[in-house]
Design a protein around this ligand. Structure first.
Ligand code: SF4
Ligand code: SF4
Length: 404
């Protein structure tokens, strides 16, 4: 049943029939803004910022090889997306080292921090314990690690509701940071209830950008497409993340997702101005960039995005829809744990998985003693099994995960 439903969702008919920006996938390439013939890169404009950049940028979160970042920039990548959270600041340091000898205007840097924010992951809100002084200090720390006096885009992470986006202490602080010149543009990043967060960001009149989880497995595509159109009409830049939908269908990694098709699928929506797929190898980088040579999503590629086998239909990508929360009598933060699961088994990024698990605050492993799990996940995940699997990561000593 689920297999059939996905098939229909991904069919050619479905993708051409939305009536939104993805209205003509066969002619998507010809409708794109411009092409640098030398590099054969396709550019779009990041909202009213008027920044033109390739539709494929680089997420550095899973990368600790400066030569890979150098190669990306040499090949024509313009935007690097890092975060204070990645490798506990070391990712920003690496990015800073790579770009310090290049002209500042030759590269755009996106970063963000959640330090100082009291994030209620379950409800997508920021709490009264938020300390904006700590937040500002963390932004200063990012600038120091990046060896620059300003970043191009600064994101507030985990804005998962209208309330979070409009949360005044953070909104005012972000405005102040922009006025001080520490960030040229400011935005929010959202993993869940994205459509609400996107519209809210556009309504603030303050935020310039949104960075959102967007891929072919999202079940709220229509709402997201409509919200993106709304935000694009108001001039916001829209950046797509989690574009590879977990990279694998299965935790054993026997069934890889056709990531080329997955990224192409995202790029059919012209309201996605650029994407930041995580990139940790030279072959991933070259494949990502090569997509711009021919962005037309073939019917064969589209078909390839259907689950390969009945037993693997769930995939690793958690929608972050939060529907599981109220079903668990212990009110465990299942969405955050499932994100950690995807980072570990899909992205093979154990450090990020562990950091994410720490945020889930899974002090007691209730699932061990629970009889039958009552949670019916939207994606059909075996929630109890996955929690017991990934919880083992909490026993790995930090020095083995190279936290220092
Ligand atoms: S675990 Fe399932 S129900 Fe819970 S947020 Fe993820 S996709 Fe939704
Ligand atoms: S097995 Fe775990 S997730 Fe499922 S209901 Fe019990 S405590 Fe909640």
């Amino acid at each position: 049943m689920q297999n059939r439903r996905r098939f229909l969702k991904n069919s050619l008919l479905a993708i051409t029939g939305t009536g939104m920006a993805r209205d003509s996938f066969a002619s998507a390439t010809s409708k794109l803004v411009s092409t640098d013939e030398g590099k054969k890169f396709v550019y779009r404009t990041l909202g009213k910022s008027n920044i033109k950049l390739p539709v494929v940028s680089m997420g550095t979160g899973n990368c600790d090889n400066p030569n890979l970042v150098r190669e990306a920039l040499d090949m024509g990548v313009k935007l690097l997306a890092t975060h204070e959270f990645y490798q506990q600041g070391n990712n920003e340091k690496m990015v800073g080292e790579v770009i310090k000898d290049r002209p500042r205007d030759s590269v755009l840097v996106l970063t963000g921090t959640g330090k100082g924010l009291e994030i209620d992951f379950k409800n997508g809100r920021f709490g009264p314990g938020t300390n904006t002084d700590v937040f500002v200090e963390s932004v200063n720390g990012s600038l120091e690690r990046l060896q620059m006096d300003h970043v191009d885009i600064l994101n507030v992470p985990f804005a998962g509701s209208r309330e979070a986006v409009f949360f005044e202490p953070v909104l005012k602080t972000m405005e102040m940071i922009k006025k001080q010149g520490k960030a040229r543009f400011i935005g929010i990043a959202s993993h869940n209830i994205e459509h609400e967060a996107i519209r809210a960001a556009a309504d603030t009149g303050v935020y310039d950008m949104v960075t959102i989880a967007y891929n072919f497995l999202k079940t709220n595509q229509q709402e997201m497409d409509e919200a993106m159109q709304y935000a694009a009409d108001k001039g916001l830049g829209i950046i797509g993340m989690k574009t590879m939908a977990g990279v694998y269908w299965d935790k054993e990694k026997k069934q890889p997702i056709n990531t080329r098709a997955a990224l192409k699928w995202v790029l059919q929506n012209e309201n996605i101005h650029t994407t930041i797929p995580d990139c940790s190898t030279f072959s991933e980088l070259h494949q990502d960039l090569d997509i711009m040579r021919d962005m037309v999503l073939t019917e064969e590629e589209l078909m390839d995005l259907n689950p390969p086998a009945v037993e693997a239909t769930s995939g690793l990508f958690c929608q972050q829809c939060n529907r599981c929360l109220s079903q668990c009598h212990e009110y465990i933060d299942i969405p955050t744990i499932m994100r950690g699961y995807m980072y570990a088994y899909g992205y093979r990024n154990l450090r990020l998985a562990r950091q994410t698990m720490d945020k889930a605050d899974l002090v007691h492993l209730y699932c061990k003693d629970c009889g039958e799990c009552q949670v019916k996940c939207t994606m059909g995940f075996n929630v109890r099994g996955r929690i017991l699997d990934i919880a083992r990561i909490q026993d790995i000593p930090e020095d083995i995960l190279h936290f220092s």
